[in-house]
Design a protein around this ligand. Structure first.
Ligand code: HEC
Length: 167
């Protein structure tokens, strides 16, 4: 390291710094090396992130949402199921054909529970109801309707159940 420099000389500003005195020594080489490394790394990382890998937080979010939509097709990730009047009208016939034996003509329940009260065993949000109908509750005797009705008709009958809620 070239010509020897005087070490451990105080800077002499203790009076401005609450009595804290400081040595005027150069920073250690390993520390400066690390310092320059972080700067160069940050420049390299930024260039790579934006211009070589073309990454962005928006793209990462979009990819995660797309993966979630594959994993949870009923729209738990973002696109929540919105029941409409039209869906409910189509769902009424589906309910009469498939659900009345267990849930009753008026949905007040027989073997299956009342679907018009505020008590939901498996959740009362539209997405929950679609999910319960799709997957069923085999241990309790609620059939798995997803493969029988298909996703569209499950939504229609779910919309009907929701429209009857509170009646
Ligand atoms: C064979 C009898 C049976 C049929 C048919 C049936 N269910 Fe069920 N259903 C049940 C039972 C039993 C439960 C209660 C499950 C439990 O206790 O976990 C249930 C639960 C439900 C629930 C959840 C209620 C809650 O409190 O979370 C919904 C929604 C539902 N059924 C809708 C339907 C629809 C729509 C149909 C027609 C497509 C249908 N069910 C047909 C027996 C049936």
């Amino acid at each position: 390291m070239g010509k020897s420099i005087q070490r451990d000389q105080v800077t002499g500003h203790a009076d401005e710094a609450d009595g804290i005195e400081e040595y005027d020594n150069p920073l250690p080489d390993w520390w400066l090396g690390l310092f320059w490394f972080t700067i160069i790394f940050a420049i390299g990382y930024t260039l790579h992130y934006h211009f070589i890998a073309h990454r962005s937080p928006q793209k990462e979010l979009a990819a995660e949402l797309a993966a979630a939509r594959v994993q949870w097709p009923e729209g738990v990730a973002g696109a929540a199921f919105v029941p409409t009047h039209e869906l409910a009208e189509k769902g009424e016939a589906i309910f009469k054909t498939n659900c009345v034996p267990c849930h009753g003509e008026d949905l007040h329940g027989k073997i299956g529970p009342n679907l018009t009260d505020d008590v939901w065993i498996h959740g009362g949000r539209p997405d929950d109801i679609v999910r319960t109908i799709t997957n069923g509750v085999q241990a309790k005797g609620m059939p798995t309707w997803g493969p029988i009705l298909g996703p569209e008709r499950v939504k229609e009958v779910a919309a009907y159940v929701i429209s009857e809620h509170g009646k």
